[in-house]
Design a protein around this ligand. Structure first.
Ligand code: PRX
Length: 631
């Protein structure tokens, strides 16, 4: 394994090299992997198309790099340490050797069920080792995995299956989450009623819930594994072959299937994992994200396994059976590196120190956060009460589309600053631009965050819709990747992410599209029009505030609110439920009919005295009414 960057000076030298000679820089990193054939060209790119190709001509399989190449040196080392939702249930440990065997076997199960290279496979599973096994089995045979977070509804699952025309769905009878069981197979059955592409549904037994197995279509994971042979040669993939699709919200109701490639994603997730977390041999690493999100893909599965690390996977939630669960797991497993979301930190801080104090957290060396801006108070609490003032905190900014961490301090190596993601990783060339796309140079400035140059793990397309990919990310500002985030620069050039500047809402670190929630609400027969905005929420970062126009004045506002939220749960998932619903008679619109969300955001935030210029509105009187009835 390559040596990590170990000093600020070295970071600066490496950064300069990566900018002055990017191809040489990344070629050096790529040389650390096992290739069936090395590349012909390091990078070809054209942001106007957009087209980005890394290591073209190279042939490889990412699972050979995650598993096979470690077997000799670390076959018996723990690859996955799994902790069950229920503290009384036995934890599980899978060595690299065992994980390799299971992946090969399940890859054969997929083959036996007709899967071929290039097929799209949907995974709708709880946080169990079998999810990682299934992900890697897809990659081993060149199938494209599309993991759908197990909190999404049947409708959301069906939409994602249909968009990618998946032919296999892998799910479980149910999933344990806190005191609840999620009926994953029932939801899958509901989804499959509205899909025509699924030929086989492979069902893992987890909760022993009563489910219906449809003959000819549904098969049990354990039965199939019994029939499968052990060895499975890797499928030899091209560098640019797709590795996976992962859906993320956009500014229309339709989620975007972000597609990542094989070689570039591999090189960047390994490099960023080791350097940001300063991973050293033998560390126990725990990322609390769900594998259904990009953080889980890159920093539970691929980054750690590529680096030969021990990655801890937790099935449950931070507050079950009580708010000390995370810290108990840290103590019992001597976790060294801990990576979580600001929402979890704030929620646990709010529960009080009596849930932290009983546990010995002295194994912790490095703390990380991801997914949303972290407020200063939570940053300090995390560092002092969890890290005992002894652990650097890495504030990692990145996105589903970037594949890996883009702006972050390197733990204990480059400087940190509360609420700042700080400096770009080597190879990353961020810039701030004004509304017209002109780069704002110098320090102490604020603007829209763009990236000027390709990095290996940049998304390659939106599945089935390259035009949307271009329009969303590469056409807003010419020749730059637009992140959708606003950011500022301090006097030392450190970046602070200020939040989304588009219609995407980050709620509890989850990326939700306002349009997707609005269209779910609009399906209620009494709902005429809706507008969703975010408002500051002490735990979730952003709460969801819905302004709703009804056809008829509701007889019982609370029961209508419940019906509307039930619809959202059904259409999208419980994470997208509105925290507040205000019934209004009109929405502030411009003369061209565009909703002025800026005004709605201010009212939702309780800042209605400071609405700015509203004279351009078609009917400014609606604002007065909204102000009076605000929640
Ligand atoms: O707004 C930024 C926020 O999360 C968005 C990306 O969401 P998603 O694709 O779901 O990926 C989340 C996990 C990587 C970004 O556009 N975001 C992510 N990390 C941070 C952040 N905002 C502030 N600080 C961060 N560290």
């Amino acid at each position: 394994m390559e040596k990590n960057i170990t000093s600020f000076e070295e970071y600066k030298t490496e950064y300069a090299k990566s900018i002055n000679a990017p191809e040489q820089f990344w070629e050096g990193k790529a040389n650390n992997f096992t290739w069936q054939k090395k590349w012909d060209t390091v990078l070809q790119w054209d942001f106007t198309k957009p087209e980005v190709k890394w290591f073209e001509g190279g042939k490889l399989n990412i699972t050979e790099n995650c598993l096979d190449r470690h077997l000799e040196q670390r076959g018996n080392q723990t690859a996955i340490k799994w902790i069950a939702n229920n503290p009384n249930e036995q934890s599980r440990r899978l060595s690299y050797k065992k994980l390799h065997t299971e992946v090969c076997k399940f890859a054969n199960v997929l083959k036996n069920n007709g899967v071929k290279k290039g097929d799209r496979i949907c995974l709708y599973m709880p946080m169990v080792p079998e999810l990682v096994i299934a992900v890697l089995a897809c990659a081993r045979i060149g199938a494209v995995h599309s993991v759908v977070f197990a909190g999404f509804s049947a409708k959301a699952l069906a939409d994602r299956i249909n968009d990618a025309t998946c032919n296999i769905l892998i799910t479980a009878d149910g999933g344990f989450r806190g005191a609840k069981i999620t009926a994953l197979k029932d939801i899958s059955d509901e989804a499959m009623k509205n899909t025509s592409s699924i030929e086989k549904c492979i069902v893992l037994e987890r909760t022993k819930s009563k489910i219906v197995m449809q003959k000819g279509r549904d098969v049990w994971w354990h039965n199939e594994m019994q029939k499968a042979s052990a060895g499975c040669a890797i499928e030899i993939m091209d560098s640019e072959d797709p590795l996976f699709i992962l859906y993320t919200s956009g500014s229309t109701g339709k989620p975007k299937g972000i597609q990542h490639s094989t070689a570039g994603y591999m090189v960047y997730t390994e490099y960023s994992f080791r350097n940001v977390f300063q991973y050293t041999e033998g560390d126990v690493y725990w990322c609390t994200a769900d594998i259904g999100w990009i953080t889980g893909h890159s920093y539970i599965v691929y980054g750690p396994l590529l680096s030969g690390a021990t990655t801890l996977i937790f099935e449950g939630i931070p507050t079950y059976p009580d708010a000390g669960r995370f810290w108990q797991i840290v103590e019992e497993n001597k976790v060294n590196i801990f990576y979580t979301a600001p929402t979890a930190i704030r929620a646990l801080e709010a529960k009080g120190m009596e849930f932290v104090n009983p546990y010995d957290l002295s194994s912790l060396k490095i703390l990380g956060t991801v997914g949303e801006p972290i407020n200063e108070d939570a940053w300090h609490w995390y560092g002092s009460e969890i890290g005992k003032d002894n652990c650097p905190i890495v504030d990692t900014w990145w996105q589903t589309e970037t594949g890996g961490i883009m702006i972050s301090n390197l733990a204990g190596v480059t400087p940190s600053k509360p609420t700042f993601a700080t400096l770009p990783l080597p190879g990353i060339q961020p810039c701030l631009v004004d509304e017209k796309g002109n780069e704002i140079l110098g320090n102490s400035v604020e603007g829209r965050l763009c990236i000027k140059y390709p990095w290996p793990s940049i998304a390659r397309t939106i599945y089935g819709n390259h035009k949307r990919f271009k329009d969303t990310y590469f056409s807003v500002f010419a020749n730059k990747y637009f992140t959708g985030d606003g950011a500022l620069h301090d006097e030392n050039g450190m970046y602070r992410i200020t939040g989304r500047v588009d219609d995407v809402l980050i709620v509890s670190g989850h990326n939700l599209g306002t349009a997707e929630i609005e269209s779910a609400m609009d399906q209620h027969k009494n709902v005429c029009e809706t507008a969703i905005v975010g408002y500051p929420h002490p735990i979730k970062g952003n709460g969801i505030y819905a302004y709703v126009i009804c056809h008829n004045t509701p007889e019982n506002s609370d029961s209508l609110r419940k019906e509307i939220n039930d619809l959202v749960t059904k259409q999208v998932g419980a994470i997208a439920k509105a925290d507040k619903i205000q019934f209004v008679n009109g929405l502030p619109k411009t003369r061209s009919g565009k909703i002025m969300r800026r005004i709605l955001r201010k009212i939702a935030a309780g800042e209605s005295d400071n609405l700015g210029d509203i004279s351009t509105l078609l009917d400014p009187t609606v604002v007065e009414e909204i102000k009076i009835t605000a929640q």
